[in-house]
Design a protein around this ligand. Structure first.
Ligand code: 5GP
Ligand code: ZN
Length: 116
């Protein structure tokens, strides 16, 4: 499958991992929108939250806990941060491999209203 994040998991696109375990990897977003912008992704290909099933409960928990720990490692946890899943077209998802955005290091705007 021609998926950019699968290629990152398989190390076909060289990318420094901030975290790796048997279920997930995390790396910095190539086009950061804040001082800290990290993506946490499952090693197995899942399209989006819309494709997640009951059997992925442990994986979804691991993604969130990994993001929490990375925020602590990056020392952005005290001031808070944003965790974001975009889902599909209306959600603005561009890469079709599930990913959790960890965004922080600065106060973030609340730009989530519908396009007018
Ligand atoms: P989405 O809009 O799908 O929620 O977010 C996809 C994110 O992946 C974007 O923020 C984009 O900058 C990031 N991204 C896309 N391709 C690459 C890549 O090859 N490497 C890294 N590190 N990030 C990527
Ligand atoms: Zn993939």
């Amino acid at each position: 499958m021609d998926c950019v994040f699968c290629k990152i998991v398989k190390k076909e696109i060289p990318t420094e991992f901030l975290h790796e375990d048997e279920l997930v990897v995390a790396f910095r977003d190539i086009n950061p929108i804040a001082p800290a912008h990290v993506l946490v992704i499952p090693k197995k290909h899942i399209g989006s939250v819309a494709d997640v099933s009951e059997s992925d409960e442990k994986l979804m928990g691991r993604m969130i806990l990994s993001a929490k720990r990375i925020a602590e490692d990056l020392k952005i946890s005290g001031n808070g941060y944003k965790l974001l899943f975009r889902v599909g077209r209306h959600g603005g998802q561009e890469v079709g491999h599930l990913h959790l955005h960890l965004i922080g290091g600065a106060k973030l705007s609340e730009n989530i209203r519908p396009v007018t």
